[in-house]
Write a new protein. Structure first.
Length: 72
């Protein structure tokens, strides 16, 4: 239940951002995901659940970007 509230707050925060801010967030999230994967491959990553969380955040950002482009 706590995660659902967190993701709803995160979505509302994303919807309030401009397209440029969303693109910047997307780039930084993709960089973070790359770094997490690299750390995981070299056995330096302690919290592997973070990879899943970042992937979902990337999907959320992309969804909001698409909604804004379609005017929804």
């Amino acid at each position: 239940m706590v995660i659902a509230v967190k993701s709803k707050n995160y979505l509302e925060e994303l919807r309030g951002k401009s397209g440029e801010e969303l693109n910047n967030d997307l780039v930084s999230a993709k960089k973070e995901l790359f770094n997490l994967r690299f750390q995981n491959a070299t056995n330096q990553l302690s919290n592997t659940a973070r990879i899943k969380e970042v992937r979902k955040n990337i999907a959320r950002i992309q969804t909001v970007i698409t909604q804004k482009q379609k005017g929804l």
